[in-house]
Write a protein that binds this ligand. Sequence first.
Ligand code: SF4
Length: 363
Amino acid sequence: MSGEAEARLWLDRIRALPPGPPVAIMNVCGGHERSLSMLGLRALLPEGVRIIPGPGCPVCVCPEEDLADAIALAMAGGVTLVAFGDMLRVPINAPKGEVASLAAARAAGADVRPIAAPQDAVAIARAAPSRPVVFFVAGFETTTAPVAAMLAEGVPDNLSVLLAARLTWPAVAMLLAEEDNALDALVAPGHVATVMGAEEWRFVAERHALPVAVAGFSAESLLAAIYSVLRQKREGRAFLDNCYPELVRPEGNPTARRLLDEVMEVTDAAWRGIGVIPRSGFALRGDWRAHDARARHVIAAPPRRRAGEMPPGCDCASVVLGRRQPDQCRLYGRACTPRHPVGPCMVSDEGACHIWWQAGVRA
Ligand code: SF4
């Protein structure tokens, strides 16, 4: 059966479910949000079924302090700062005239380079062994595991890592622990589950009695997951369903998990605009700390006046937590567009504001 035919089948099944009260389903993956928005899947669902974008954008929640440190390192000179492309345009709250993004630092003459993969950082470091190279890493488990593998394989001595990596599930756990949360079900992130395993999401059903289904990125996989959680809801059941079995195993990728465990430890971590979420971040452990950029370099970032906050007027923190839709921000499409982004959710390819704008949603 073709993907399109399979998608149509799942949609028919969704529409054949008995009607019920409104249902709010959260997704926590920028890739899911992109597929849902670009394929127009929301408009095909029955009335009363809402799909809410949640914490699926690591760039959006990268703490301003870490970004300010990366900018300060780059501006101090003497190092090459590399980062994944969309991180370069994320703005911090800086006084007028101060460099407010890595892209601005680059324009001001700092050696800042976008990369697409950890191997690019290694290649840059190998090409100039006497020059310190700092790899600024903001990402979820899918980004962090390859960085752990990179370090475990052995990297040039001149390469260090400025880590702002986060785990996905603790943010969802925090949201579900709130008494007034209005979520009825979760579509769990297939990409993250490929690394960490579907079992990581069982707590949603067992601790919170909410339906949960792991989905891939195709229309058919997403619609299968939506059907699963809707059916569970209508039948008064809650269990973990893996709708991406072709790639996701219950235990995930054992090699990637082992490397993560070997190289990194889990720590409490700040999320921009949200605050500290227990055990939601990574730090280098043991001998790997020798590659921690903070241990190697004196970082003199000016103290942030509004540390941890989003830019004034930006509702990105509420958007990340699913409390507001992108088009409910008063800056959406007015002061804030992909060409002139105010907040990180409009910068990153995984940010809900950016995706909704690209999908044609206008305020
Ligand atoms: Fe922030 Fe812009 Fe999104 Fe508003 S539209 S929440 S300002 S990123």
